[in-house]
Design a protein around this ligand. Structure first.
Ligand code: NAD
Length: 441
C-alpha cells in the first residue's frame, strides 16, 4: 500500500516525457494510473518506460470524467496543444481532480474565464508549470531584485532571440496557426512575461504591440526569391537546412513519424508554407501596476539563441546575458549541427559566442559585480528536477522564491500576450483590466 497520489495525464506528446519521467522517478509521491491521447502511437512509444504489465490505463479524451472516477484520479496533468488547455483543465477540475497544466494556461479570454469558473465551482487547485523560473540564472536574478540591491524597479529591457533551429520549429507544426496557440506572444512569450511578472513582482496593466510574419511563410520566401520547396523536411535535411528529418532522431521518429498513420499529424512541414498565421517578429511596450515599464522583443529567425535582460532600479541596474546556442551551423555532410559545442574543433568560429550566462549587478557609484549562478545537476542546470520536486511534492507558494505558480500567475502571464494580440489587431494600446480576465464565465 502506498500514499502516492494518483495521476492521469492527457496529451502524450513531446512535453509529456518530462512528467512521465518525473513520476517514475518519484514513486513515493506519484503514480500514473491513466493516460490519454487521440494518437495511440505516442502511448506505444512511451509504454517502454513502464515495467511490463504496469503501463497506465488508456482512455479516450472524451472519457476524461469517467477515467477520473473509475481510476480514483486525484490530479490530472495537461500537456495537450494550447487551444485545448481550457477544456481539459476545466473538465478535470469539475470532475473533482486537481490540475497541473503546462504553460500557457490557455490562449484567450474565454479560456481564462472558463478555467476561473471551474476553479470557483469545484474548489479544486491548479498549478501552471513555469519551468523557466527554476533555471538557476533566472532564480539568481529574482534573488538580486528581491534583495533590494538595485532598489525599486523602474524599467526593464528584455530581448529574446530564437534561432533557425528552435525558432523555425514553431513554423512546422500546430504552433504555426494562431487559433491553436495565440501565436508566439502567448505560446512562447508567456514564459518571458511570467518571468518579468515574477522577477519584479508586478502585474501588467497596459500593452502596446507591433509585429508580423516577416521571414517565414510563402509570401516572404517568394519575396526573397526562394524557389519551390519540399512539402516536408524528412528526406531533405542534407540539402536544405530548413528541413527537419524526423527519422534522424529516435524520439521524433517514434513519437511522430511512426505515429503519422493514426492521425496524419506531420511534424516536419515546410516553414515557408502558405497559410502561416503567427508572427515571427514582435515588439511590445508593457506598463506594470508598480509604475515600471518594459520594452520587449522576440525574434524567431536569429542565427543564435539566447536572451538579454536589463533591470533598472532606483539604486542601480542588473543585467543577465545568456547564450543558449551560439550558432546553428551545417556540418560537412550538409546536416545542421544544432549543438556545435558537442563537437569541439568542428567549427572553430562557433567559439566566438560559446554558450554562456552572466549576471551583473551595478549599484550607483560602484563598479559592476558578477553574481555567481549556482547550477545543480540535470536538465536546465538542475531546474527541471527542482520544478518536478515542487510540483509532485505539492510545495506551497510560500517557498522563498514563490516559484510554484497558480491560476493568477498563469492568467497574468497570458494576459500580456492576449492584450498584445488585441493591440496587433487594433494598432492601439490595450488596458489589461478591460479584457475581463478577472471574471468567471
Ligand atoms: N514549458 C516548456 O518549456 C514547454 C515545452 C514544450 C511544450 N510545452 C507545452 O506542452 C504542451 C504540449 O506541447 P508538445 O510540444 O508536447 O506538443 P506535441 O504536439 O508533441 O504533443 C501534443 C499531444 O497532444 C495530443 N493532442 C492533440 N490534440 C488533442 C486533443 N484535442 N485532445 C487531447 N490530446 C490531443 C497530440 O496527439 C500529441 O500527442 C503545449 O501546451 C506546450 O505549450 C511546454
Amino acid at each position: 500500500m502506498t500514499d502516492a497520489e494518483r495521476y492521469a495525464l492527457i496529451g502524450t506528446g513531446s512535453r509529456a516525457e518530462l512528467y512521465l519521467d518525473g513520476i517514475l522517478a518519484r514513486p513515493e509521491l506519484a503514480r500514473l494510473v491513466a493516460w490519454s491521447d487521440p494518437n495511440p502511437g505516442r502511448q506505444d512509444y512511451y509504454e517502454a518506460k513502464f515495467p511490463p504489465g504496469r503501463a497506465p490505463h488508456r482512455f479516450d479524451p472524451a472519457e476524461l470524467e469517467t477515467a477520473i472516477a473509475e481510476h480514483g484520479v486525484q490530479r490530472v496533468i495537461v500537456t495537450t496543444p494550447d487551444f485545448t488547455h481550457a477544456e481539459y483543465v476545466s473538465r478535470a477540475l469539475l470532475a473533482g481532480a486537481d490540475v497541473v497544466v503546462e504553460k500557457p494556461l490557455t490562449i484567450d479570454v474565454d479560456g481564462v474565464r472558463r478555467i476561473r469558473h471551474a476553479l470557483d465551482e469545484s474548489g479544486r487547485s491548479l498549478v501552471t508549470t513555469f519551468n523557466y523560473r527554476y533555471s538557476p540564472r533566472n532564480s539568481a536574478l529574482k534573488r538580486v531584485i528581491a534583495s533590494g540591491r538595485i532598489g525599486q524597479v523602474t524599467s526593464v529591457h528584455f530581448e529574446w532571440v530564437l534561432d533557425t533551429a528552435h525558432g523555425a520549429d514553431y513554423f512546422r507544426r500546430w504552433h504555426r496557426y494562431k487559433k491553436n496557440n495565440g501565436g508566439l506572444l502567448v505560446h512562447k512569450a508567456s514564459h518571458h512575461f511570467d518571468l518579468v511578472n515574477w522577477w519584479i513582482d508586478a502585474a501588467p496593466v497596459r500593452v502596446f504591440a507591433s509585429g508580423g510574419l516577416r521571414f517565414y511563410g510563402a509570401e516572404n520566401a517568394a519575396r526573397r526569391g526562394l524557389g519551390p520547396r519540399p512539402e516536408r523536411g524528412t528526406g531533405h535535411a542534407a540539402e536544405d537546412p530548413w528541413s527537419l528529418d524526423l527519422t534522424l532522431d529516435a524520439k521524433n521518429k517514434g513519437l511522430y513519424f511512426d505515429a503519422e498513420k493514426y492521425d496524419g499529424y506531420l511534424r516536419d512541414r515546410d516553414v515557408f508554407d502558405p497559410g502561416i498565421t503567427i508572427e515571427d517578429n514582435l515588439s511590445l511596450v508593457v506598463d506594470y501596476d508598480t509604475g515600471a515599464s518594459m520594452s520587449y522583443s522576440l525574434n524567431a529567425h536569429s542565427p543564435w539563441e539566447g536572451y538579454r535582460i536589463a533591470v533598472n532600479g532606483t539604486e542601480g541596474r542588473a543585467e543577465l546575458d545568456v547564450v543558449e546556442r551560439g550558432a546553428v551551423l551545417r556540418g560537412p555532410d550538409g546536416f545542421v549541427v544544432v549543438d556545435p559545442s558537442a563537437q569541439p574543433g568542428l567549427f572553430p568560429a562557433a567559439d566566438v559566442r560559446p554558450p554562456s550566462e552572466r549576471l551583473l549587478v551595478q549599484r550607483h557609484w560602484e563598479p559592476a559585480e558578477e553574481v555567481p549562478i549556482e547550477a545543480g545537476t540535470g536538465g536546465h542546470g538542475g531546474g527541471d528536477a527542482l520544478m518536478l520536486d515542487h510540483v509532485f511534492g505539492r510545495v506551497s507558494s510560500d517557498e522563498p522564491l514563490h516559484r510554484i505558480a497558480g491560476v493568477d500567475d498563469g492568467v497574468r502571464a497570458v494576459s500580456v500576450g492576449i492584450a498584445g494580440n488585441r493591440s496587433l489587431e487594433t494598432g492601439a494600446p490595450v488596458v489589461v483590466s478591460e479584457l475581463g480576465l478577472d471574471a468567471a464565465q
